[in-house]
Design a protein around this ligand. Sequence first.
Ligand SMILES: NC(=O)c1ccc[n+]([C@@H]2O[C@H](COP(=O)([O-])OP(=O)(O)OC[C@H]3O[C@@H](n4cnc5c(N)ncnc54)[C@H](OP(=O)(O)O)[C@@H]3O)[C@@H](O)[C@H]2O)c1
Length: 298
Amino acid sequence: MERRRLGRTDMTVSVLGFGGSEIGYQRVSARTVGRLLGAALDAGLNVIDTAECYEDSEVLIGRAVGGRRGDFHLFTKCGHAGGWGRADWRPAALLKSVERSLARLATDRLDLVQLHSCSLDVLRKGDVIAALERARERGLTRYVGYSGDGEAARYAVECERFDTLQTSVSLADQEAIDLTLPLAHARGVGVIAKRPLANAAWRYARKPAEPYYQPYWSRLRALDYDFLRAAGDGAAATALRFTLAVPGVHTAIVGTTRPGRWQQNAAALAGGALGAEAFERIRARWRERAEASWTGEV
Ligand SMILES: NC(=O)c1ccc[n+]([C@@H]2O[C@H](COP(=O)([O-])OP(=O)(O)OC[C@H]3O[C@@H](n4cnc5c(N)ncnc54)[C@H](OP(=O)(O)O)[C@@H]3O)[C@@H](O)[C@H]2O)c1
């Protein structure tokens, strides 16, 4: 598994990471998460990302691999400890959320805490960033980051107070490639690609019932990439290799509920990032068909 230095941090991260939202929202059993993460760590995974509001994701991760804490970099987020719809950006609430994450993850130290997609207005006020910096001073986390998209993500890179940016990058979400990633690269900001497979929305013949999957499903229909019709793992392999070919991206955190999926995706990456010609074809199709409303999906 290829590893890349995460910007100016001291972390060298596996290009294929693990995204922890699906195990929480889909209520995967502790036993399955144990199998999934244990085998992935054995096979080269060293990045686990989760959040304060992905239901029991933090608890499941703590139980599954808390005993192997030295084997991976652990990232979480703060801002919605009461659930996604109940944001609380007060500094004291953010610090409390970080402490709660430490307990749930069964660790005394996080590698990275990220502001979980607060708006540009909230970010500009600055006290939310100061709260994260306080968490870092208190030794609760080694690094601080922003997770989000669009102008807020751009501001997060520009203000030079974050070590990392987690942002949507995939064949169905290319805004960041021009808007934020060149600057992030120039400033040594580590970049974590979220939703790197566009939720594998090509799997659905009809519009999925789940609203979270719908924007990418509609975009992929309009983009009509021929390789998404490939049999077997071909579509996922090209999608993932595209995201990892984007300049400035250091790791892609794929979400999954299935033991064995991480190894399957790792095998798909054996050929490395996508070559220049195939990469440019996907970029050209995006420029030709993307609508102005296709901004970064949070
Ligand atoms: N605002 C934020 O901060 C924010 C927002 C969204 C996401 N995130 C982070 O980003 C992570 C990844 O995002 P995501 O999970 O929404 O999207 P994703 O990684 O693009 O897609 C995950 C989906 O792809 C499927 N999949 C994985 N490998 C596959 C393969 N080889 N073939 C077919 N399907 C495959 C998984 O299904 P199976 O279960 O069948 O494998 C899962 O349903 C999250 O877990 C979270 O950590 C952060």
